[in-house]
Design a protein around this ligand. Structure first.
Ligand code: FAD
Length: 466
C-alpha cells in the first residue's frame, strides 16, 4: 500500500492552497481529484463543452425545496477556480464579527487574516484590469448611477486575459516542487486504522487504498460532508449547509449589449450589502435562448440575440440546509428550504434589479419565474413580486458553504478553529465547508485565505516552518 505524509482530497481553491504549502515544505504529499485535468488550452471559457466536461453533473445539481435550487460546481483539477468568474472579495468585517461570535473562532481578527489575504492576492495577481467593460456591464453601472446606487468595480484574478485558476498558480507550483497529483480518482471513504488513515479510492484502473498520516478533505461544501458521513463522521457534519439564492432576469435593449466572449461583468451593485447584490452574467446565445424558452424565442433572435443580456440578483441569508447521502449512491440529498423572510428579500431584490434595468434603458424584462409575463413597466411588477414572495421562482446558486463550520463552539462546530475535525486525529477540512455562514460576497478569496491560515497553523504544529 502506498503511503504519504499528507493526502489532500479535492483540488479546488481550499485543497490547492494546502497542497501548495505542504509541497513547499518538501512533504511527501498526494493531491487526489475526481475530475479531469483542465487548463486554458483544453476548453473555451463558459462554453457548453466546458460545462459538459468540467462541471459536476453538467451543472445540473439540485437541492430539494420547495423551491428547488439549481446548483453548479466544478469537477476538475482546480475545482471551481477553473470555471468561475474571478471576482475577488475579502470577508466583510461585519460578517467576520458575526462568525467569530457565533462559532468562537480563535485567531480570526482582521489583523490575523490580513497576511493570508495579502499572500493569496499576490499569488493570484488580484487587480482591476484596464481592459474595456462589456456593454452589458456598463448598462448595469448606468442604471445604478441613475438611481444613485453604489456600484464598484470588483477586482479579479485575471492577468493578461488568463484566469489565475489553481492549475495556473498553486497546483502548477505544487507539481514543480514534486507534489503528486492523481486525477480522475474519486475517494469513496476513509478509515482510521492503527493511527493512520486509509483512503479508499476509485479511478480508471479500479479500486485501491492509499495510506496517510494526515488527510485534508477539500471536496467542496457538498462532497466533503458526504465523504465524512460515509466514513462514519457525522457530528455537526452536513447540517448547516448554506448557499446564496440567486434569481436571473434577461433584459432586452434596442441596441446590442452582448457579444461572444463577454465574461461576467466586473461591476457589482453593493448599495444594499450585505443583504443583496446585483451584477451582469455571462450571456451567450444558448444561455439567453434557454432563459427565453418560457416566453417563446422571437423569430429575429438568430440575428439580434445580442440585444439581450442576463443579469442576476443574489441574496445573503442565514437559512441553512442539510447534506445527506444514501450509502451506496454517490448522489447527495440536499435539503434547502427558504424561509418566508427569504422570499420577501428575494421579492425586494427582484423589484430593485428590475428598477435598475429600466433605468439603464431596458425595454422588456424576462424573469426566470414559472409562467411570469414579460415585464414592460413597474406596474407589471406587483403580481410577479407576489409570486416570488409565495415561493414561485426558479433559483440557482454557485456559492456553497458552511456544511462543516469551524470554531470552538462544540454545540454546532464540526471542526476546530483551524479546520481539524473534532475527535479525529490527523483529519482536517479545508474548503468552503468551513465558512461560518453566508459570506454575502463571492467566496473563493475567503476560502483560500482561511485554507492558507489553517495550513500555516498545521505547518507550525508539525514544526515545518523552520
Ligand atoms: C460558474 C461559477 C462562477 C463562480 N464565480 C465566482 C467568482 O467570481 N468569485 C468567487 O469568489 N467565487 C466564484 N464561484 C465560487 C467558487 O468557485 C467556489 O466558491 C470555490 O471554487 C469553492 O472552493 P472549494 O475548495 O470549497 O471547492 P471546489 O472548488 O468545489 O473544489 C472541490 C474539488 O474537489 C473534488 N472532489 C469532491 N469530492 C471528491 C472526492 N470524493 N474525491 C476526489 N475529489 C473530490 C471536486 O471534483 C472539485 O474539483 C463560482 C462558482 C461557479 C460554479
Amino acid at each position: 500500500m502506498i503511503s504519504y505524509d499528507e493526502v489532500i482530497i479535492g483540488s479546488g481553491p481550499g485543497g490547492a492552497v494546502v497542497a501548495h504549502q505542504l509541497a513547499e515544505h518538501r512533504r511527501n504529499t498526494l493531491l487526489i481529484e475526481e475530475g479531469p485535468r483542465a487548463n486554458r488550452y483544453t476548453h473555451t471559457p463558459f462554453s457548453m463543452d466546458e460545462i459538459t466536461r468540467l462541471y459536476r453533473n453538467q451543472g445540473m445539481g439540485m437541492s430539494i425545496g420547495p423551491p428547488h435550487v439549481n446548483i453548479a460546481e466544478g469537477r476538475c483539477l482546480g475545482g471551481g477556480s477553473e470555471i468561475n468568474s474571478g471576482l475577488y472579495h475579502r470577508l466583510p468585517d461585519e460578517i467576520r464579527d458575526l462568525w467569530q461570535k457565533k462559532h468562537h473562532i480563535q485567531s480570526f481578527s482582521p489583523s490575523d487574516l490580513l497576511p493570508y489575504y495579502e499572500s493569496i492576492e499576490k499569488a493570484l495577481s488580484i487587480h482591476s484590469p484596464d481592459t474595456p467593460h462589456s456593454l452589458a456591464a456598463l448598462k448595469l453601472k448606468t442604471g445604478a448611477d441613475q438611481l444613485g446606487w453604489y456600484c464598484p468595480e470588483i477586482p479579479r484574478w485575471v492577468k493578461d486575459g488568463v484566469r489565475q485558476s489553481m492549475s495556473e498558480t498553486y497546483i502548477k507550483a505544487y507539481e514543480e516542487w514534486g507534489g503528486v497529483v492523481m486525477d480522475q480518482t474519486r475517494v469513496i471513504r476513509l478509515r482510521h486504522v492503527s493511527g493512520q488513515w486509509e483512503v479508499y479510492c476509485k479511478g480508471s484502473t479500479g479500486e485501491h487504498v492509499i495510506r496517510a498520516q494526515t488527510v485534508f478533505v477539500a471536496g467542496g461544501a457538498i462532497q466533503t460532508p458526504l465523504l465524512l458521513r460515509r466514513s462514519g463522521i457525522t457530528r455537526h457534519v452536513g447540517t448547516t449547509f448554506g448557499l446564496h439564492p440567486t434569481i436571473k432576469i434577461i433584459a432586452e435593449y434596442d441596441d446590442p449589449v452582448s457579444q461572444l466572449g463577454d465574461g461576467v461583468g466586473r461591476f457589482q451593485v453593493k448599495e444594499f450589502s450585505p443583504s443583496m447584490s446585483f451584477g451582469s452574467s455571462v450571456s451567450t446565445p444558448a444561455q439567453i435562448a434557454q432563459g427565453l424558452s418560457n416566453y417563446g424565442i422571437p423569430p429575429s433572435f438568430k440575428t439580434d440575440w445580442n440585444r439581450f443580456a442576463i443579469y442576476y440578483a443574489m441574496i445573503s441569508t442565514p437559512t441553512m440546509g442539510t447534506v445527506r447521502s444514501l450509502y451506496h449512491d454517490p448522489t447527495p440529498i440536499i435539503r434547502y428550504r427558504l424561509s418566508s423572510p427569504d422570499f420577501i428579500q428575494l421579492g425586494l431584490a427582484f423589484d430593485r434589479l428590475c428598477s435598475l434595468l429600466w433605468a439603464s434603458g431596458a425595454k422588456r424584462l424576462y424573469p426566470s419565474l414559472p409562467s411570469a409575463p414579460v415585464l414592460h413597466t413597474h406596474s407589471d411588477l406587483n403580481c410577479v413580486k407576489e409570486g416570488i414572495e409565495k415561493g414561485k421562482v426558479h433559483l440557482m446558486s454557485i456559492h456553497l458553504f458552511g456544511s462543516c463550520p469551524m470554531g470552538e463552539n462544540r454545540s454546532h462546530c464540526a471542526v476546530n478553529s483551524f479546520g481539524k475535525v473534532y475527535d479525529c486525529n490527523g483529519l482536517y477540512v479545508s474548503d468552503g465547508s468551513l465558512l461560518g455562514g453566508s459570506p454575502s460576497v463571492n467566496p473563493q478569496g475567503i476560502i483560500m485565505a482561511i485554507a492558507k491560515r489553517n495550513a500555516c497553523e498545521y505547518s507550525h504544529q508539525k514544526g515545518l516552518l523552520g
